[in-house]
Write a protein that binds this ligand. Structure first.
Ligand code: PEP
Ligand code: CO
Length: 457
């Protein structure tokens, strides 16, 4: 890797950074962080990369999901386990419906820093720096709370570590174990419109597992139970750099998370974020919006993945339901022409945000489904694969997105709107989303089979 070091990004233009008043304290904190143990291992990261390579070929499917911004106060057993539970339940629906393994990646254990569209927020004529996520400042609207505080970086590290520790504990014990039906069953979706359908899926999977166990004298449950990987937007480069470590083979890894991604607002050519990401060995996510051109994308791929390494790039498209048909095909074609086959994922959330008349940020369930449907159809038509989906979701019964089987309306948004940033799907909407994805996928697949049969007849 020529001319790269964990701090070579300092020579490049950087966007979306906090400015700290107490530089001396920032320096001390970063030195301390650099001494602390890593949160994940190079081996886990390499394993994930291999799995992402299989998803790029259509052999497996990726489910990436979690909060827009995790809060430090969400580092508690209830919030972590309910998010894990909805991810597991969605993955079960997808494994069963798509008939392939599902790789689960939580926007968890480190999703604490947020890019913002404005530098400042104004309320009643008072103007303060905007809230940039718990890693940087506090959401309360006072000058002191909005001041970036370096000590938050240590807190972020600790909360990420505690969250990850709890995820690992849950997964290694009975929580993700399919034989422990209580965790998979319907306690918290029991009143949802999808309860009956989900219950049937659960029964079918249980029968398949029992059958397999009897036939092979082997504990088939082990293949359902799988690792949970983590991801976050690698926005705060000083923090990310402090957790960037060299392994025995001399390769650099960001060991704060398995899958760091570059957000749409920091993915410009020659940006500090691109420079930092180019040198680490993790798989890398890149958000692509409706304004990304094919030329830009090719340059990004050449900088970040010059060797066209399987599993290295996860291209997360977030075009918007109404723009995806025009904007996605040129990007797919450009990469197909270059012989590149990255993992394509669809983030149907960020291109479909709207603001209600009373000023509340929301997303329509139908628009989200609409973008997934279009995206799947486009990939199928062009001969590439949609290998995964990326959602902002929570295991709680919030009311932030409108629509879904329970028909949430704008009036419901006042009831349980908790997100300080983007609106998330609640537990019911998330499960319904997984079921809808299966239906859309299978509908498109049967159409293709029919077409192929007609052509060969
Ligand atoms: C996000 O994923 O929360 C986000 C800010 O996304 P994007 O960079 O795509 O706007
Ligand atoms: Co968001």
């Amino acid at each position: 890797m020529s001319n790269w070091s964990p701090d070579s990004w300092l020579n490049f233009q950087i966007a979306q950074q906090a400015s700290y008043q107490n530089q001396e304290q920032l320096k001390e904190v970063l030195q301390e962080l650099a001494m602390l143990p890593p949160l994940v291992s190079p081996q886990e990261i390499d394993d994930l990369k291999a799995k992402l390579a299989s998803a790029a070929k259509g052999e497996t499917f990726v489910l990436q999901g979690g909060d827009c911004a995790e809060l430090f106060s969400d580092c508690n057993a209830q919030a972590i386990s309910s998010k894990l539970k909805i991810l597991l339940q969605m993955s079960l629906v997808l494994i069963h419906g798509l008939n392939k393994p599902v790789i689960k990646v939580g926007r968890m254990a480190g999703q604490y820093a947020k890019p913002r569209s404005a530098e400042v927020e104004q309320i009643n004529g008072i103007s303060l720096p905007c809230y940039r996520g718990d890693l940087i400042n506090s959401p309360q609207f006072t000058a002191q709370d909005r001041e970036p505080d370096p000590r938050r970086l240590l807190k972020g590290y600790s909360f990420a570590s505690l969250t990850l520790n709890y995820i690992r504990t849950l997964v290694e014990n009975k929580f993700a174990d399919f034989s422990d039906m209580a965790n998979w069953d319907l306690d918290f979706v029991s009143h949802s419109a999808q309860a009956e359908e989900y219950h049937q899926i659960l029964q079918q999977i249980r029968h398949s597992i029992e059958l397999l166990d009897n036939l092979t004298n082997h504990h088939a449950n082990a293949s359902v139970k799988d690792k949970i990987y983590t991801c976050h937007e690698a926005l705060h480069l000083q923090y990310e750099q402090a957790l960037t470590r060299k392994d025995e083979s001399g390769r650099w890894y960001n060991l704060s998370t398995h899958l760091p991604w570059i957000g749409m607002r920091t993915a410009q050519e020659n940006s500090a974020h691109i420079e930092y990401m180019r040198g680490i060995s993790n798989p890398i996510g890149i958000k692509l919006s409706a304004s990304t051109s094919a030329e830009q994308l090719l340059k990004l791929c050449n900088s970040l993945d010059p060797d066209n390494e399987p599993g290295r790039l996860v291209l997360i498209t977030r075009m918007g339901e109404d723009r995806v048909r025009q904007t996605l095909p040129p990007l797919i074609r450009a990469l197909l022409n270059e012989g590149r086959s990255p993992l394509w994922c669809c983030d149907p959330m960020h291109g479909n945000t709207s603001v209600t008349k009373s000023g509340i940020k929301t997303r329509r369930f139908d628009a989200i489904i609409g973008e997934v449907t279009e995206t799947l159809a486009i990939h199928q038509k062009l001969g590439s694969h949609l290998g995964g989906v990326h959602f902002e979701l929570t295991g709680e019964h919030v009311t932030e997105c409108v629509g879904g089987a329970r028909g949430l309306t704008e009036i419901d948004l006042q009831r349980a709107y908790k997100s300080l940033v983007d609106p998330r799907l609640n537990a019911d909407q998330s499960l319904e989303m997984a079921m809808q994805i299966v239906k859309i996928h299978n509908r498109l697949r049967s159409r293709e089979v029919l077409k192929n049969n007609q052509e060969s007849a």
